[in-house]
Design a protein around this ligand. Structure first.
Ligand SMILES: [Zn+2]
Length: 292
């Protein structure tokens, strides 16, 4: 569907306690700039060396967009539901049709959680001026909403992001629940402070019947580069210094938890573990453990 030349996995589902988790490949971009895209304060040769170690090409990379759905006994929650019709290219914007292929209707979604206000995370809140998820409450951190809806200083390249946020999210303020970090969102789901990638960026802790999972959103941007050196700054981080501090805290927490991790830009199906090694951290993709 995403690339007519290649069939590839685009929906992945597993159970966590009595929750059903579905990851959907909204799409991907192929880029030619692993350096400096993934790390602005590393040298090109350092990045190339990490790529080589992981058997990855350089400087090409694939940047995935992976929204998550969680079905609980009384809610259907969509996290950052992709680009929708505003996809800037033909290889992204497939969330809505894959949602239907999964067996859900957009009208069944009870909550849409926006981890932060960047375009790949908010663009599908509306379709042709109408709500994409008609009955859903929209959840976003108060800090994030205030940042993009107000007049705070923004990085130069974020002008279009503010414009999109004001066009899409601000008119929906009445439907929004503004939350603080550590707030329970629904039973079993808690927001975590992940400020730095954007002013009010959130990660999430999920727990059902004693089984845990973390959704790191954009705390890590590339599964190999971002974890190879936690001091490396991702070019899309709005506050790179704060993002480094947050990344260290949450990556360490994720490694200690030894529970499955999801993050929006990990390679599909975007489920894995973070292993602490002597010098750094490593993304270990999940295998069949999610199925049994
Ligand atoms: Zn993103």
């Amino acid at each position: 569907m995403i690339d007519p030349q290649n069939v590839r996995p685009e929906i992945y589902q597993f159970r966590l306690g009595n929750f059903k988790i579905t990851n959907i490949l909204d799409g991907y971009f192929h880029r030619e700039d692993m350096h400096p895209f993934t790390a602005t304060n590393a040298s090109a040769s350092e990045i190339e060396a990490v790529a080589n170690k992981h058997f990855l090409p350089y400087p090409k990379l694939e940047h995935n967009f992976v929204p998550t759905l969680i079905e609980t006994p009384d809610a259907l929650i969509a996290f950052d539901p992709g680009f929708g019709k505003r996809a800037p290219g033909p290889t992204a914007g497939f969330f809505n049709q894959l949602l239907k292929k999964t067996g859900y209707s957009p009208d069944e979604v009870t909550h849409v959680i926006i981890s932060h206000g960047h375009p790949d995370h908010i663009a599908n809140l509306t379709t042709d001026g109408e709500l994409t998820f008609k009955h859903a409450e929209i959840i976003i951190s108060r800090a994030e909403y205030e940042f993009w809806s107000g007049n705070s200083a923004i990085p130069d390249f974020r002008g279009p992001t503010r414009q999109m946020f004001q066009e899409i999210v601000v008119p929906l303020a009445e439907r929004c629940r503004f939350v603080e970090p550590d707030a329970p969102i629904v039973e079993g789901l808690t927001a975590l402070n992940a400020f730095g990638h954007s002013a009010g960026h959130m990660a999430f802790h999920v727990e059902s019947e004693g089984k845990e999972l973390m959704i790191l959103s954009d705390t890590i941007a590339h599964y190999a580069i971002s974890l190879a050196n936690l001091e490396w700054k991702f070019s899309m981080d709005d506050d790179p210094e704060m993002a480094v501090k947050t990344r260290k805290r949450l990556v360490d927490q994720a490694a200690s938890l030894k529970a499955p991790i999801i993050a929006f830009h990990m390679p599909f199906p975007s489920v894995g573990y973070i292993e602490k090694t002597n010098a750094d951290f490593k993304w270990v993709p999940s295998s069949y453990q999610m199925n049994i």
